[in-house]
Design a protein around this ligand. Sequence first.
Ligand code: TRP
Length: 450
Amino acid sequence: MANERASFGSKIGIIMASAGSAVGLGNIWRFPYLAGEDGGAAFILLYVICVLFLGIPVMVAEFLIGRRSKANTGQAYEVLAPGTQWKWVGLMGVLAAFLILGYYGVVAGWTLEYTVASVAGTFLGARDYTAYFNDFVSDPWWPVIYMFLFILMTHIIIVRGVKDGIERCSKVMMPMLFLILCVLVVCSLSLPGTAKGLTFLLKPDFSKITGKVVLDAMGQTFFSMSVGMGCMCTYASYFTKDANLMKTAGSVALINTCVAVLAGFVIFPAVFSVPGLSVDAGPGLLFVTLPNVFHLVFSGMPWLGYIFSLMFYVLLVLATLTSTISLHEVATAYLCERFKLGRTRAAWVVTGVCAALGVCCALSFGLLSDIRLWGMTLFTFSDFLTAKLMLPLGGMFIAIFTGWWLDRRVVREEVTNNGALDIPFFKFYVFLLKYVAPVSIAAIFIHELF
Ligand code: TRP
């Protein structure tokens, strides 16, 4: 890697690109449906605890591994720990990138279809939105076509490179997303189900906490922060020398959690306002409730509803896109640097493999719904395998690598930028990495899986 490595242009670009990776369907689609299934406030509380004690420390660890090695995650460990088995942690991350993008691309495709439907005015007027969603996802063609289109959009940005593709996109899309989300919260809080929705979100019922809920919260933490498979490691290899790793991780975690909670504020008042909707609707939750919100809130002013639903789905697409590019980049950077392929050629390989996986996951709602692995459809299985197994496991190894294996001097140099920054809680950070993260992840695993 003698040639000049790409890099992000500015500190704000670094935060926006990392937050762009973190904020996505995980916050707006996966978080609300898990919170709905797992009892609301109690789940959210667990999630926040996991963010503070697992998510942030592991994110900083990924950052420092990436920036120190200046390599994609598939090769970073060979740079920092040559000749050891640690390389498998990186390679597992690359594998996870393919698997996640495969099924994530399916839901990404749904957001694209809903954007098109908004343009066509499909969400104007009363309709059975549950039936609409079910008919769409079980169709043998459309979900596949939209999935493919979405991965292609991702491909186009990736080919443009790190600064002109990834960074530029994120800097425009993230602030827009945040703004529109705030407006939607205000709308949703004017619905009749607000009181019930807020109680569900804010008043924890501790009897709801079971082993499954804890595993869900931990998996969701890793998934929504994009940590555990080297995504942040690959991005950090493009960070500048003066970026403050702790502060960046803190900002990303804050933005990420705010977006998830705000998405909850949009969705739950709406769910409780529509008779017949249930909070534990699973993956369809977002796609069924939102059209209902637009219909209910704007029933007197349909044109406003039209503009609103369009804006929302466009922004959902954008938020998703900044996440899919980060997954794509992990795999593309690896193929590019490991096999000395051109960026465009490497990107095509990734696009092809992910699209093939995507087809299987997309069809698992209809044509292939009878194919089950341990009782799960291909879509649910991909989600389970990656979010609940590979990411926490990866996170555990990353914490052990950084806390136990890596020279403490290296960790300190990276976190303090060679002594230029004063990091008062450095010892506490190392303590979290050495003991808290590995032990708690292992404990949750052992309790839940055996
Ligand atoms: N964090 C993103 C979301 O919330 C998804 C994502 C992007 C991701 N990159 C990742 C998940 C890496 C796990 C690992 O939608």
